[in-house]
Write a protein that binds this ligand. Structure first.
Ligand code: PEP
Ligand code: MN
Length: 340
């Protein structure tokens, strides 16, 4: 249940509602928003008597939340969440953000040169994995801490914001110290201990959809992050498993309009893992843009054939340039701007 306060309600009136929720044995969770003050009641097994709140001064209305998740739902917060990465905005009606970079952090020289080439195109956010979740234990597992240090250097030398995957709870602090955005990979979407820990840090999170996760499971995973106090969450569709064998995964673009309809969180698309072949990445990036996504995350390299992981889906720098040109056209279309 959600208690919505009147626009002119006082701090004292808001505090009294919070105290009442606690007194009743529930947990109040404030919902941040520019247009209204609202407090979500959580921890209740059944219906709470709404009259208790309707009688209190400063309360405008009490809204029943019908979805299993609350904080991520538009029922609780109607306006789009815009995640701010030190001035770079993701979400709402702004231009989609393109995040690009190699699958893995490689040696310092290569990583810096890929980052510089992307920066020269106008890219503002760089991706590369230091901790790699690999299907085979014999495959390259990432450079770990050394990789994080290289990423920090990329940030210092180029000013690019950095996103990297965090795989384990014990690495949350060290990863957060080195980069600007933390990625939860598809295999960890329901690692609830990891989500709980990330909910308490002050850095944006990109939450990839589990490869077999339903929409409800995905949004509930995001709910863990918001419930713990981290509201800077970006959802990322990266392809799911289906019976189709012709591409690595099936990029589920169906989910884009659905998520935009029921959640206020920004949603980006990873066409690289979604389709798995470099020559198909740009068409799927275009399709995602036409669906009104808030951003793309793309695996790119100056010498894709020499990339240490995911070569087959890693595009050359020219393809990123082409996608940036596509954005200028597609995201300006009124039909796209008016989605949701
Ligand atoms: C990645 O971004 O390199 C990655 C491993 O992604 P996913 O979790 O979507 O497989
Ligand atoms: Mn990859």
């Amino acid at each position: 249940m959600l208690v919505v306060m009147k626009a002119n309600s006082s701090e004292d009136q808001i505090q009294r509602v919070v105290d009442k929720i606690v007194e009743l044995g529930f947990k109040p969770l404030p919902v941040p928003g520019a247009n209204r003050t609202a407090i979500c009641i959580t921890g209740n097994k059944g219906a709470v008597d709404e009259v208790i709140f309707l009688r209190m001064p400063g309360v405008k209305e009490v809204v029943r939340v019908t979805k299993p998740y609350k904080m991520v739902s538009r029922e609780v917060k109607d306006e789009d969440t815009v995640v701010d990465i030190d001035g770079i905005k993701v979400g709402g009606k702004g231009e989609p953000l393109v995040i690009a970079g190699p699958c893995s952090v490689e040696d310092e020289k290569t990583t810096l040169s890929v980052a510089q080439a992307l920066k020269d195109l106008g890219i503002k956010c760089f991706r590369a994995g230091a901790f790699k979740p690999r299907t085979s234990p014999y495959d390259f597992q990432g450079l770990g801490l050394e990789g994080l240090k290289i990423l920090k250097k990329v940030n210092q030398e180029t000013g690019l914001k950095i996103i990297t995957e965090v795989m384990d709870t014990e690495n949350v602090e060290v990863v957060a110290e080195h980069v600007d955005i933390l990625q939860v990979g598809t295999r960890n979407m329901q690692n609830f201990s990891l989500l709980r820990k990330l909910s308490r840090i002050d850095k944006p999170i990109v939450l990839k959809r589990g490869m077999s996760a339903t929409l409800t499971e995905w949004l509930n995973a995001a709910e863990y992050l918001l419930m713990g106090g981290n509201h800077n969450v970006i959802l990322c569709e990266r392809g799911i498993r289906t019976f189709s064998q012709h591409t690595r995964n099936t990029l589920d673009l169906n989910i884009i309009p659905v998520v935009k309809d029921i959640s206020h969180l920004p949603i980006i698309v990873d066409p690289s893992h979604g389709i798995g072949r470099r020559d198909y990445v740009r068409p799927m990036a275009r399709a995602a843009l036409a669906c009104g996504v808030h951003g793309l995350i793309i695996e790119a390299h100056t010498t894709p054939d020499l990339a240490v992981s995911d070569q087959a889906q890693t595009v050359p720098i020219e393809t990123v340039k082409g996608i940036l040109e596509d954005i200028k056209i597609i995201s300006k279309l009124p039909q796209v701007q008016n989605i949701n």
